[in-house]
Design a protein around this ligand. Structure first.
Ligand SMILES: [Zn+2]
Length: 593
C-alpha cells in the first residue's frame, strides 16, 4: 500500500466543505464569522459547537473536541486517517495520487504481516490440537460440561496448548521464524537459565482477534490445579494491547450493527455461550473492568452498549470513567445486573437461561441511574445523617451526566426517595465536581486513550482561560505574538498549554493547515485557539494584560516555593517583584479597557 501524496491530501482538504460534512450530523446556523450548532459528540441543549468555514476547523466549547474535516470524519465514522481521506476524496471528486512508501515503513509493514502469519499459524495449531490430541481430552470434557458445542468452539478457533515446554518454539523455528520473532509476539519467553520456552502450556487457548479477524494474542485458561494463574494472557507487545481489544469483536460486529447495540461480558466462555444462544452481539472485556479504549472502539460502531457484568465486581471508578467517555461520544451505557454469583455462561447452561438473559437485557438501566440506585438501596432514609451522606455520594455521580433530560429524571428520583426538594438536590449536583475516576488536577496527564475526556469550558481554571486567550491572540496578531511565544515558559503554562506554545513556535505560518493529528488533545486545543482567534477581539494591550496575569501566577508559585524552602530573603525579593507587577497589571487593566 502506498501513501496518499501530500498534494492530493491538500486538494481533498480544499475541496471538502466542512459545513456540509458536519451538517449531515447536526444543524448548523450562521453566527457572525462562524457556524454554530448542537455538538454531535456530546449531549447538550444549548449550542457550544462551532465551525470555522474559512479555516475548515471545528471545535466544541462544551466537551473540548476539535479538528479539521478529516478528523471529523475519522471520529464520526470510526475510520482511520487514510480511510477518512478516501471517503472525502470520493465524495468531492478528488483523484488521489499515491507515493512510493518510505522503504523503512514498508519493511515494518512486511514484518507485521509476517508476525501476523505466525500468530495465525499458531492459532490453527492450538485449535487442531484441541480436537486431535489425547492430552486435550480433559479440556474437551470441560467445554462439553459447560454446554459449549463444537460449532461455536470452532468458530472462535478455541484451542489447546500442549504440556510440552517447546512445541510451539520448535514448530515456529521449523517454519522459519526466529526466536526473537516468537518472543516478540509473546508465544515464547525467557527462563531463568536464559533459554526460551513456550509461554502457554496445558491451557485452553482463546485467540484474541481484531475486527478483521486477525489473531493478535491469546488468553489461556489453566487445566491443571497446580498451574498458578488461572488465566494467562499474551503480554503487552507492539502488536497486542489487551486494553484496546474486545474478545469476539470479529464475529460480533455484524450482529452489533444489526441489533444496534453491543452486549459486554467479562469472560471468554461468557461470549461463547451467548453466541451459541444466538445473542451474537456479545463481546468480552477479558476479566477486567471496561477500559476507555474499549468504550471508544464500540462508540465508533454503535450507539448503545449494555454491560452484563457482576454488579459488585464492576469497579465503580472505571465505570464512571467509561460513562464519561460514552457521554462524550453520545453513546448510551446501560447495565444489566447479573444475579449474584451467576455469570452469563452459567445462566446459558441452565434451563431457560437465554430467556432470562434476554429479560435482563430488556430491563437494563442507565449506568448512572444504576450507580445512584446502588447508593439509595443501602441508605437508611429514616436517618437524616444517612440521607445527607447519600446525597453527598450521588451528587458527583449525577454531575458527570452534564445538563440532560436523564439528569433531571434522576434528580427527581433522588429527591423523592430522600424526601428533599428537587431544587435543593439539583443545586448540590450542579455544585458538585463530576467524579472523573481519573486524575483530579486539570493538567495532569490523562490516560493514553485517544478519546478526549469531555470537559466544559466553564470548568477551565482561570489560568487555563488566560493562557488560551493569550495563545489565541498570538495567532490573531502574529507579529506581536512571536515575542510572547518566546517569553512564555513552562512555569507560566499548564502542561497542555506548554505543548501548544511549543507547537505554535514551530508552526508560525498557517497553523490550521498543519494540525498535529497524531496528538488528539493538542490538535483539539489548536483548533480551539484558531477559532477563538478569528472570533474574539485581540489587541496588544489585552495580550500584555493576559501575559502579566500569567506572570503573576508564576511569581506566586515561586513565592510559595521559597516559603517552603524556608528562604526568607528570596521570598522578600519576590514579594517586591510581585508588588511591582500588581501595579503594572492595574495599569494594563486600565489601558486594555
Ligand atoms: Zn461537545
Amino acid at each position: 500500500m502506498a501513501l496518499i501524496s501530500s498534494e492530493s491530501l491538500e486538494r481533498v482538504k480544499q475541496a471538502a466543505d466542512i459545513v456540509e460534512v458536519i451538517s449531515a450530523h447536526t444543524d448548523l446556523r450562521r453566527q457572525g464569522a462562524r457556524w454554530v450548532g448542537l455538538c454531535p459528540f456530546h449531549e447538550e441543549r444549548t449550542p457550544s459547537f462551532s465551525v470555522d468555514a474559512g479555516e475548515k476547523l471545528y471545535h466544541c466549547f462544551g466537551c473540548g473536541v476539535g479538528g479539521d474535516t478529516i478528523k471529523f470524519i475519522e471520529e464520526k465514522e470510526g475510520l482511520g486517517f487514510a480511510e477518512a481521506v478516501e471517503l472525502l476524496a470520493d465524495r468531492y471528486g478528488v483523484e488521489l495520487e499515491r507515493e512510493r512508501e518510505d522503504p523503512r515503513a514498508e519493511a515494518k509493514r512486511q514484518q507485521r504481516r509476517r508476525l501476523g502469519e505466525l500468530l495465525d499459524r499458531t492459532s490453527s495449531f492450538y485449535a487442531a490440537y484441541l480436537w486431535d490430541s489425547d492430552e486435550a481430552g480433559k479440556a474437551r470434557e470441560y467445554m462439553a460440561e459447560r454446554g459449549l458445542g463444537e460449532e461455536v468452539l470452532k468458530a472462535f478457533a478455541v484451542g489447546y496448548a500442549p504440556s510440552a515446554w517447546d512445541k510451539v518454539l520448535l514448530r515456529g523455528q521449523r517454519a522459519g521464524f526466529k526466536v526473537d520473532e516468537l518472543r516478540g509476539v509473546g508465544l515464547v519467553q525467557k527462563g531463568r537459565g536464559g533459554g526460551e520456552y513456550d509461554r502457554f502450556r496445558s491451557r485452553i487457548m482463546f485467540p484474541i482477534r481484531d475486527r478483521r479477524g486477525r489473531t493478535l494474542g491469546f488468553g489461556g485458561r489453566a487445566m491443571r490445579s497446580d498451574q498458578g494463574a488461572k488465566y494467562v494472557n499474551t503480554a503487552e507487545t507492539d502488536f497486542f494491547h489487551k486494553s484496546r481489544m474486545l474478545y469476539g469483536i470479529d464475529l460480533a460486529k455484524g450482529a452489533i450493527a444489526k441489533e444496534g447495540r453491543a452486549v459486554v461480558v467479562e469472560g471468554y466462555t461468557d461470549v461463547l455461550a451467548l453466541h451459541q444462544a444466538g445473542i451474537e452481539e456479545a463481546v468480552g472485556v477479558m476479566g477486567t473492568a471496561i477500559t476507555d479504549e474499549q468504550v471508544a472502539a464500540l462508540s465508533g460502531m454503535v450507539d448503545e452498549v449494555i454491560l452484563a457484568l457482576d454488579a459488585d465486581s464492576a469497579g465503580q471508578e472505571a465505570m464512571l470513567r467509561a460513562q464519561r467517555v460514552a457521554a462524550g461520544r453520545k453513546m448510551r451505557l446501560r447495565v444489566a445486573a447479573m444475579p449474584a454469583g451467576e455469570d452469563p455462561a452459567e445462566m446459558m447452561a441452565a434451563e431457560g437461561g437465554a430467556e432470562r438473559f434476554r429479560a435482563l437485557l430488556d430491563g437494563a438501566v442507565e449506568l448512572t441511574a444504576f450507580q445512584v440506585d446502588l447508593v439509595l438501596a443501602r441508605t437508611d432514609v429514616s436517618s437524616p445523617a444517612e440521607r445527607d451522606r447519600a446525597l453527598a455520594e450521588v451528587a458527583p455521580i449525577m454531575a458527570g451526566l452534564g445538563e440532560s433530560a436523564s439528569r433531571d429524571d434522576l434528580v427527581r428520583r433522588v429527591a423523592e426517595r430522600l424526601d428533599l426538594e428537587p431544587a435543593m438536590v439539583m443545586g448540590r449536583v450542579v455544585a458538585a465536581q463530576p467524579l472523573s475516576g481519573g486524575p483530579a488536577e486539570p493538567d495532569a496527564p490523562r490516560g493514553g486513550g485517544s478519546a478526549p475526556t469531555p470537559r466544559r469550558t466553564a470548568e477551565l481554571t482561570s489560568r487555563e482561560r488566560r493562557e488560551r486567550a493569550l495563545l489565541a491572540m498570538c495567532i490573531a496578531l502574529p507579529e506581536e505574538g512571536r515575542a510572547y511565544l518566546a517569553k512564555l515558559s513552562d512555569e507560566h503554562l499548564t502542561r497542555l498549554g506548554a505543548r501548544a506554545t511549543a507547537w505554535l513556535r514551530e508552526n508560525p505560518q498557517d497553523p490550521a493547515s498543519n494540525l498535529p493529528r497524531e496528538d488528539a488533545e493538542l490538535s483539539g486545543l489548536v483548533a480551539e485557539l484558531i477559532i477563538i482567534a478569528h472570533d474574539e477581539p485581540a489587541s496588544p494591550e489585552a495580550m500584555e494584560l493576559n501575559y502579566l496575569l500569567l506572570e503573576q501566577r508564576r511569581i506566586e508559585a515561586e513565592i510559595a516555593a521559597a516559603g517552603e524552602a524556608e528562604d526568607p530573603q528570596r521570598r522578600a525579593a519576590l514579594s517586591m517583584e510581585r508588588a511591582a507587577l500588581v501595579q503594572r497589571i492595574a495599569h494594563a487593566e486600565r489601558v486594555s479597557g
